[in-house]
Ligand binder design. Structure first.
Ligand code: SF4
Length: 122
């Protein structure tokens, strides 16, 4: 995680728990918008659903993930099953920031993010 992302996300969480001023909220909004402009395109997410333990932190970070309370797992919307219980999806433009944070907050590293060269970035 680079310093820019760390600062932006920390501001978001401070805002969410009420320790933020309006100017910080505005700073986060501007920083997030700028980040989205420079984020490389063509990202892909790989989700190991067998590893998932259903803590649902990813759901809070990226709305491509949704709770499946019956299975005690997350579901990755729009994904294809690449191999047994491993799902992949291309990250829509503008959602790269959220996808990377979903991967970063997963406590069991069930989510991986790859750039358009196939290099793992998270
Ligand atoms: S954060 Fe990880 S363990 Fe939790 S629901 Fe998402 S993928 Fe599963």
């Amino acid at each position: 995680m680079d310093a820019f992302e760390t600062t932006s996300r920390q501001r978001l969480h401070r805002s969410a728990i009420g320790h933020s001023s309006g100017s910080v909220d505005l700073s986060y909004a501007v920083a997030s918008a700028l980040y989205r402009l420079v984020e490389p395109e063509g990202m892909r997410v790989k989700f190991d659903r067998d590893t998932c333990v259903g803590m649902y932190q990813c759901v809070a970070e990226w709305d491509a993930f949704e709770k499946n309370l019956n299975d005690g797992k997350a579901d990755l919307k729009g994904s294809e099953e690449e191999e047994d219980d491993v799902f992949v999806v291309d990250v829509p433009d503008g959602e790269e920031f959220d996808a990377k944070f979903a991967a970063r907050v997963c406590p069991v590293d069930a989510i991986e993010v790859y750039d358009d060269d196939g290099e793992q970035v998270v």
